[in-house]
Design a protein around this ligand. Structure first.
Ligand code: FAD
Length: 322
């Protein structure tokens, strides 16, 4: 009725009376939210996170940007008993050059990676890929480390990490270990990260003179997850390719380094139409695309070939201009 006072809306989430933290304690009790019950801790230090992970293991989940985790909770695809919020841990954020690497902290937001001059200068592949990651609102919250930890097969950052030969740094209460991206991505949402480990940062080699990189993807709408995508990093000496790291994503259960296609173009000019055709044709052995309602396996293989041709043509232009 016009002009009638609005009844006060009931508060769904109450601050924890002990800590004053919003969202603290159990959610879901009579609250009408869709997520299952879980406990919540907003961590004050990395050490606290590691102790909680050591204690709760598989029952705990790290909450970073929440852009993937919260939907899976709401759909009850994931039912952790404890969420460990790392958003206060500033030491997990930031981008800096360290010698021959760029260090990207796990909690660095996609938007900060997209706006970074260091990334634009030294990691042009990531700079080119970032506008394809979701939409602005998601990029403002979603994190680089969240994307690597989740390992969605259609995500852009895991493919770039693999193409650029990144090292992923993991910590638990026993110490720190480094895992090469080549060993890190192990299957559909499967990684080498153990349940008691926190991903703290990625160390990514800076692009050297003589190298070119190209990113491309095909999605049904801009910002959607890709149904086919490429992240190429090539070393070109004069006109000949001396090393080709051709990574494909969106079609396999994980980002995939195409060894045979890379070998087909190695030693050849990027303008060599026969070598490009050989690389395209070798994809049949390198890839075994998944079938889904969005695109059949055959269709994805076709799209990856189209992207290969386009990306190698772009690489040739960039190599000439360098
Ligand atoms: P969260 O959702 O907080 O966490 C994701 C998972 O990683 C959880 O299991 C969490 O426990 C774990 N985790 C997070 N950080 C760490 C850590 N430091 N150590 C250990 N485990 C950790 N992504 C794309 O790549 N491309 C897209 O096109 C795309 N489109 C999207 C569209 C929409 C509408 C939405 C909602 C999301 C989309 N995303 C896309 C996902 C987005 O990029 C997410 O930000 C990203 O996947 C996860 O980052 P996050 O910080 O939000 O992680």
């Amino acid at each position: 009725m016009p002009g009638a006072p609005l009844a006060p809306r009931p508060r769904r989430w109450q601050p924890n009376p002990a800590t004053g933290d919003w969202l603290s304690g159990k959610l879901g009790i009579g609250a009408g939210v869709k997520a299952p019950k879980f406990s919540y801790v907003r961590a004050d230090s990395v050490e606290q996170v590691l102790e909680l992970l050591a204690e709760h293991g598989e029952d705990a989940r790290i909450l970073a940007g929440g852009q993937s985790l919260m939907p899976t909770l709401n759909m009850r695809l994931s039912q952790p008993r404890l969420l460990i919020d790392i958003n206060r841990l500033r030491e997990l954020s930031g981008i800096e050059r360290r010698g021959e690497h760029v260090r990207i902290g796990a909690l660095t937001r996609h938007a900060d990676v997209a706006g970074s001059a260091t990334v634009a200068r030294h990691l042009p592949l990531i700079a080119e890929a970032m506008p394809h990651v979701a939409h602005v609102a998601v990029r403002n919250r979603g994190t680089f480390g969240g994307s690597i930890a989740l390992a969605d097969p259609a995500a852009e950052m895991p493919a770039c990490a693999l193409s650029l030969g990144a090292t992923l740094v993991l910590r638990n209460t026993a110490g720190r270990r480094e895992v090469a991206a080549t060993d890190y991505f192990q299957g559909l949402y499967q990684t080498a990260r153990r349940p008691d480990e926190l991903l703290v940062e990625a160390l990514i080699p800076v692009q050297q003179p003589g190298c070119v990189s190209v990113f491309g993807e095909l999605a049904q709408r801009h910002g959607d997850f890709a149904i086919a995508g490429v992240a190429f990093h090539l070393k070109v000496d004069g006109r000949a390719v001396t090393d080709a790291r051709l990574v494909y994503f969106g079609s396999e259960d994980r980002p995939t380094l195409a060894q045979r296609a890379g070998a087909a173009i190695a030693g050849c000019s990027l303008d060599d139409a026969n070598a490009v055709a050989a690389a395209e044709s070798a994809l049949e052995q390198d890839l075994s695309p998944m079938d889904s309602p969005h695109a059949s396996s055959r269709m994805r293989l076709h799209l990856q070939r189209v992207l290969t041709r386009r990306a190698l043509a772009t690489a040739a232009q960039r190599a000439r201009a360098a």
